[in-house]
Design a protein around this ligand. Structure first.
Ligand code: UDP
Ligand code: MG
Length: 321
């Protein structure tokens, strides 16, 4: 007996989440069973090195709707999310973090809103981030302001990667040639009708954050450089400003020379050299960011490798509860 094609897929990327899975599974299952729709949960194991694969295998024995995709190596949250999204079969595809910071209960609300409003995208919007650290809130606020400025106002404020997409949206995403889309920017950019469901961001249920500052910075630079050449123009402005400033300095130096004050002026010379050096380094850095992106794009390497997908294996023996 083949199970019916799911109308709803829920993609859960996870990396070393052994401690949170026993909390996530019953809660997510309770919500999804309650919806009364054929569904699948696509757990994307992003190359975990702890007991996550074993815990997932155990859960699968009593939960036939759980499908596990294992990536061969740790590829990062965005890549894991993309892997799950592109392999999900549902008419609607939701994505949610494994750590229960986003409430699974909201998925039902998202689905109902998408259907009643004929919407292709429903964003989960964080109404309250008081459980995040002040630093995280501050950097997140900065990120959204910057990104909206560069990409445009179509980016819903405080919307992360907790959202529901229609099949049409997923197809449109797959057709993009981009290998590493920054999903939270590319999704609104597609221009489908969208809605929002508010929720309160909770504390991580267990385990620790897998997003250190370095990864946050990476996401921020990728977000900006994937959507805007504005920083490059900034380099031009810096350059132009530097030229004007140096012309003025040149005149001053020349006048000083005519007046016989040639030794004085060392400080200004020093400042000019330092300033120009800094501007040049900055511009080189900016160029490097874009050249780096071009390099990665030209290589055309996939951003993840699927090691196994339980959908393509022999069905597990299902133990009825
Ligand atoms: N994650 C992943 N691969 C990684 C890092 C994180 O799949 O390389 C998953 C992680 O297991 C979680 C989600 O991405 O389900 C969000 O990560 P986390 O909760 O650590 O980020 P934070 O909420 O602290 O920003
Ligand atoms: Mg989290």
């Amino acid at each position: 007996m083949t199970p019916p094609e799911p109308t709803l897929s829920v993609v859960v990327p996870m990396f070393n989440e052994e401690s949170v899975l026993p909390l996530l599974a019953p809660r997510l299952r309770g919500v999804l069973d309650g919806l009364g729709e054929p569904y699948e949960v696509v757990a994307v194991d992003d190359g975990s090195t702890d007991a996550t694969p074993a815990v997932l295998a155990g859960l699968r024995r009593g939960w036939p709707q759980l499908r596990v995709i294992r990536l061969r190596r740790n590829s990062g949250h965005q890549a894991a999310l993309t892997a799950g999204l592109f392999r999900a079969r549902g008419e609607y595809v939701a994505s949610i973090d494994a750590d229960l910071q986003d409430p699974p209960e909201a998925i039902g609300e998202m689905l109902a809103l998408a259907r009643s409003g004929g919407l292709d995208i429903v964003y989960g919007v964080r109404r309250d981030r008081s459980t995040d650290s002040p630093f995280k809130r501050w950097t997140a606020g900065l990120y959204y302001r910057l990104v909206r400025r560069l990409v445009g106002n179509s980016i819903p404020d405080q919307a992360g990667d907790f959202r529901l997409l229609s099949r049409a949206t997923v197809t449109a995403l797959r057709e993009l040639p981009e290998q590493r889309p920054v999903l939270r920017l590319v999704v609104p950019w597609l221009g489908f009708p969208s809605g929002e469901v508010g929720y309160v961001r909770e504390e991580r249920a267990a385990g620790s954050s897998k997003y250190p500052l370095s990864r946050m910075l990476r996401l921020a630079t990728d977000s900006i450089t994937s959507f805007s050449a504005a920083p490059l123009r900034l380099a031009t402005w810096f350059g132009a400003g530097g030229v004007v400033l140096c012309s003025v300095l040149l005149v001053i130096v020349f006048v000083a020379y005519l007046l016989g004050h040639t030794v004085a002026g060392w400080p200004s010379l020093y400042v000019a050299i330092l300033f120009l050096g800094a501007v040049q380094l900055l511009c080189l850095g900016l160029l490097g960011e874009y050249i780096g992106r071009i390099y990665v794009a030209v290589q055309g390497r996939p951003s993840y490798f699927v090691g196994s997908d339980t959908l393509e294996e022999e069905p597990v023996e299902v133990v009825s509860a």
